[in-house]
Design a protein around this ligand. Structure first.
Ligand SMILES: [Zn+2]
Ligand SMILES: [Zn+2]
Ligand SMILES: [Zn+2]
Ligand SMILES: [Zn+2]
Length: 353
């Protein structure tokens, strides 16, 4: 991620919708791919002050303030290139849901930014990519009071199925999410982390599942997903917990549950690493990579570990959780290389198409 500049000279950030210095409204312009000041033209028209494109505000920006993207007027679309992937959005009549939805959209925009930087394919229903990608942001239908145990049918599970990523909007409640993190003994639990994990399942479906060569390579590295099957593995994980020595072979305790979760956890870490390295380079904290280093996972890992050491110490100074709690053993590095290889192939495919 990089920073952007307002016409007044102030620095703008990816999540901004207002310049704090000059008071101009700002938004992501799809044409120049920057956060730019937008000049009102009367009615619903705005002009991007960077590239002069006439834009409209995304409907979720104009109506709900959960988005900061503009849509080029000629496109005749009400939703931006991130919001159009929504299948289900939170019930706005429920108090607090606007804030939760805004946090979810901010994390989702960051995910799309990273996927675009990596040149990865994804598509909505009309784009001809199978499975199409979509998102459902849903709350549990019944408020969970202390007197009432909800059965499974009433609970929204965060997960992925056939391209649909469902996120329980409770995850956007900081107190609830931190309680879940402690309860599940996780090093981190974040909204962007949920998106990166679930989109990992999406890419498994898109890139690995129906490709015999990639499936065989997947089984070699992560294990056979049919033996044991997912339901059996899930039961075992929640009854027995992870093996004592999981750190030797897995990126997280949850990754030990099943090969699909191992892939999704490795995928999520890979996106973390790429996003952090990208940001560190864009903001001048790391020198830009030489071409030869560009696609070498060992070198990426070395740079990330070097940065992680410094950021861990900075976080400790501030009493925060470790920035990079993971230890990358050789088996974990092999899994990250497998993720990288699958994405690299997909990227070449997307460029050729
Ligand atoms: Zn400004
Ligand atoms: Zn523009
Ligand atoms: Zn939008
Ligand atoms: Zn998962």
């Amino acid at each position: 991620m990089r920073t952007y500049a307002c016409v007044c000279g102030n620095t703008l950030f990816f999540d901004n919708s207002l310049c704090q210095t000059c008071g101009r409204e700002v938004g992501w312009c799809q044409n120049c791919e920057t956060i730019s000041a937008q000049e009102p033209q009367g009615g619903t028209d705005w002009v991007c002050m960077t590239c002069n494109t006439t834009n409209h505000k995304c409907e979720n920006y104009a109506d709900w303030a959960v988005c900061n993207r503009m849509v080029p007027a000629f496109e005749d679309e009400s939703l931006c290139d991130a919001c159009r992937f929504n299948d289900t959005v939170p019930d706005m009549s429920v108090p607090g849901n606007q804030e939760k939805w805004a946090r979810l959209e901010a994390a989702k925009r960051r995910l799309f930014y990273a996927l675009d930087r990596l040149g990865l394919p994804y598509g909505a229903r009309d784009d001809g990519i199978d499975p199409p990608l979509s998102f459902a942001f849903m709350g549990d239908p019944v408020d969970q009071g202390p007197w009432r145990r909800m059965d499974d049918a009433e609970h929204v599970y965060t997960g992925h199925a056939n391209g649909l990523i469902t996120i329980n909007i409770k995850e956007a409640d900081d107190a609830a999410r931190e309680a879940a993190r402690v309860d599940m003994n996780e090093a981190h639990r974040t909204l962007i982390g949920h998106f990166r994990h679930e989109v990992g399942h999406y890419y498994w479906d898109l890139l690995v599942k129906n490709d015999p060569v990639k499936s065989a390579a997947f089984n070699d590295t992560f294990g056979d997903p049919e033996n044991p099957d997912y339901a059996t593995a899930l039961d075992r994980h929640y009854q027995e917990g992870p093996p004592e020595d999981w750190r030797e072979t897995h990126i997280s305790a949850y990754a030990t549950m099943h090969p699909w979760e191992d892939w999704a956890e490795s995928f999520s870490f890979y996106l973390d690493m790429r996003a952090v390295l990208d940001t560190a380079e864009q903001l001048g904290l790391l020198a830009p990579r030489a071409d030869a280093e560009q696609e070498n996972v060992d070198l990426m890992l070395a740079r990330y570990a070097q940065l992680g050491l410094i950021l861990n110490e900075l976080n400790r100074e501030m009493g925060l959780l470790d920035f990079m709690p993971q230890v990358i053993t050789p088996p974990v590095a092999d899994k990250l290389k497998a993720v990288h290889a699958a994405l690299w192939d997909a990227r070449r495919g997307a460029m050729a198409a």
